[in-house]
Ligand binder design. Structure first.
Ligand SMILES: Nc1ncnc2c1ncn2[C@@H]1O[C@H](COP(=O)(O)OP(=O)(O)OP(=O)(O)O)[C@@H](O)[C@H]1O
Ligand SMILES: [Mg+2]
Length: 337
């Protein structure tokens, strides 16, 4: 994606140029609302006002940290905690962007993100603290742990040829452990990509469950967003079956995480950064080769997770974890072949 995105409302397509685009990540999530009977038209929606300096009378905004496909993320100080002597009152605030805030579904989507993330307590998943509504500007926002460090897309800009095995292995194991935990607790991430993973003080943090979904009876009371009404994906990490209208699955998360790991291993996207439905049409699966820095023993499991046909994508997060874990950092030379 470039810096311009499209929001497709029932009435047509609205191109949106993001503020701070120069600093915006390459792979923004594409959002499109498709027509439904009870679709809220932008004209009927509440008019959204500017974001005040202090949100909900408590969180003083300090600076912009990032701009995503749908939200703005700020560093803020929790004035209440500060008043009671909290030595570290800083939080990150994720608040709906102006255009999206006008849509009734947007707050429900943000609340779902909050609920999914709160459900998951894992050292490699960013923590959320609260969901709030800012009364003045009428926008939902989440407070969450403030991370500092690089997202993997920025890391890849600094390391265009990928990472050595010792670093790749550490990141892969933490990321796969987080994903296996989320899947075991009935939550699908739905939007795994380099800009949704942070290296925070050398620890991997998976975040942005905004397109997540629960399964297996987990969080049943949560408003569920129908993908028929609300399509969203990041084209080069979304599994091809999502373009065909199938729902999220552990397999679609596996496809995305495998693309990220491949990219970390050699600096290149496995399917030349084209959307996976096009990769399938062009039969790019045939051209996949093991990245040189990836030990031979890891390749079969990673290759299985990268399959464009979901029926052949038999690897799960634990299989892939085991494959990466089986090759130690020392004495690795024998396994590169
Ligand atoms: N807790 C946090 N601490 C520090 N920075 C953060 C935090 N959360 C998000 N960011 C920064 O803001 C960016 C956008 O955040 P996030 O991915 O949650 O928004 P988004 O609107 O869901 O994005 P998209 O849907 O395009 O992936 C991140 O890539 C990251 O740089
Ligand atoms: Mg994101």
């Amino acid at each position: 994606m470039n810096d311009e995105q499209s929001l497709t409302f029932a009435g047509g397509e609205v191109p949106v140029t993001l503020a701070g685009a120069a600093d915006a990540p390459r792979d923004l999530t594409y959002f499109g609302f498709v027509p439904a009977h009870d679709q809220v038209q932008p004209s009927q929606a509440q008019t959204v006002k500017e974001i005040p300096r202090v949100l909900a009378g408590r969180y003083r905004i300090e600076r912009l940290l990032g701009v995503g496909g749908m939200n703005l993320v700020y560093k803020a100080r929790d004035l209440l905690h500060e008043q009671y002597g909290d030595p570290d009152p800083s939080v990150a605030i994720k608040i709906l962007g102006e255009e999206i805030a006008e849509c009734a579904d947007a707050s429900a989507l943000l609340f779902s993100e909050f609920a999914f993330t709160r459900h998951l307590q894992h050292p490699n998943i960013a923590r959320v603290y609260s969901f709030n509504m800012e009364p003045e500007c009428q926008r939902g926002f989440i407070t969450q742990e403030l991370m500092s460090g690089l997202t993997l897309d920025k890391l890849l800009c600094e390391r265009p040829d990928g990472l050595p095995w010792s670093e790749l292995r550490d990141i892969a194991l933490e990321l796969l452990d987080a994903l296996a935990y989320a899947h075991a607790h009935g939550v699908l991430h739905g939007d795994i990509k380099p800009s949704n993973v942070m290296l925070d003080n050398y620890r991997v943090k998976l975040f942005d469950f905004g397109l997540g979904q629960s399964f297996g009876g987990v969080l049943p009371g949560l408003a569920r967003l129908s993908r028929e009404r609300f399509n969203a994906w990041t084209p080069s990490y979304a599994a091809p079956e999502l373009f065909d209208g199938f729902g999220l699955s552990t397999g679609s998360d596996m496809f995305a995480v495998a693309c990220v790991l491949f990219e970390l291993a050699c600096g290149k996207h496995p399917y030349l950064r084209v959307s996976s439905d096009l990769a399938r049409d062009l039969n790019l699966g045939r051209t996949l080769r093991r990245p040189r820095k990836l030990p031979r023993r890891c390749w079969p499991a990673l290759k299985r997770a990268l399959r464009l046909n979901p029926n052949c994508r038999t690897s799960n997060a634990l299989h892939l974890y085991d494959a990466f874990n089986a090759v130690p950092v020392r004495g690795v030379s024998a396994s590169f072949g």
